[in-house]
Design a protein around this ligand. Structure first.
Ligand SMILES: [Zn+2]
Length: 210
């Protein structure tokens, strides 16, 4: 069975959301300096690299990342290749040929090329789901949506898209690297680390054949 790692590697070079803290991943105890073991510390936002947003990220009375249902985070998913799209709006989604009753939908866009190229600066021009696209996803009863850049919504359009999706109970996976994956059906395993009450969490995301 082929296994695809669709997570991005976390390191201090990884681009972060503008205004968020830079990632610190450093060894604070070193065998070469006489310590018993190598030990590192990690300092970062919870919205780095491949990660999942919790309802409380955009909803005042929303729940934290530890409350997300595991049976949504694991299961059949469809990768749709929209590499030529500039925005994921309702019109684009309606004509994309997404199989009916798709419950977990991952968007492969030109964003994945940024990860593949190892780009270290934040790209404002990334492709995201606009408000009409979010309403479309809610109407189609999608349970999980995955995107291949640091926000599900286009730059400076965060609020409406996030609120619409989270109010509909849709799990938002961000920062996937789908460069090596082609359009089709897979099994998704996307498990956020269990940060109690957190508005998000870094996530290891894996696709396998169905
Ligand atoms: Zn996020």
């Amino acid at each position: 069975m082929r296994i695809y790692d669709v997570s991005v590697g976390i390191s201090p070079e990884l681009p972060v959301w503008p205004g968020d803290p830079q990632i610190v991943l450093e060894r604070v105890s070193k065998i070469e300096e006489g310590a018993n073991a190598n030990v590192s510390r990690l300092v970062c936002s919870v919205h780095i690299g491949t990660h999942i947003d919790a309802p409380i990220h955009f909803l005042e009375d929303g729940t934290g990342i530890d409350s997300l249902p595991l049976n949504v985070l694991i299961g059949r998913a469809y990768v749709i290749d929209l590499s030529t799209a500039d925005v994921l709006d309702a019109k684009t989604l309606e004509s994309a040929g997404i199989p009916p009753r798709t419950r977990r939908l991952l968007f492969k866009t030109r964003n994945s090329k940024y990860w593949a190229a190892g780009e270290t600066d934040f790209k404002e021009n990334f492709v995201g789901v606009d408000a009409s696209g979010a309403r479309w996803l809610a109407r189609k009863k999608v349970q999980l949506v995955g995107v291949d850049y640091l926000s599900v919504a286009p730059f400076k359009q965060s609020r409406d898209t996030h609120r619409t999706l989270l109010q509909a109970g849709i799990v938002i996976v961000e920062g996937l690297n789908l460069h090596e994956v082609s359009q089709g059906r897979y099994m998704l395993y996307a498990l956020p680390i269990k940060l109690m009450g957190s508005d998000g969490a870094p996530t290891r995301a894996i696709l396998t054949g169905v």
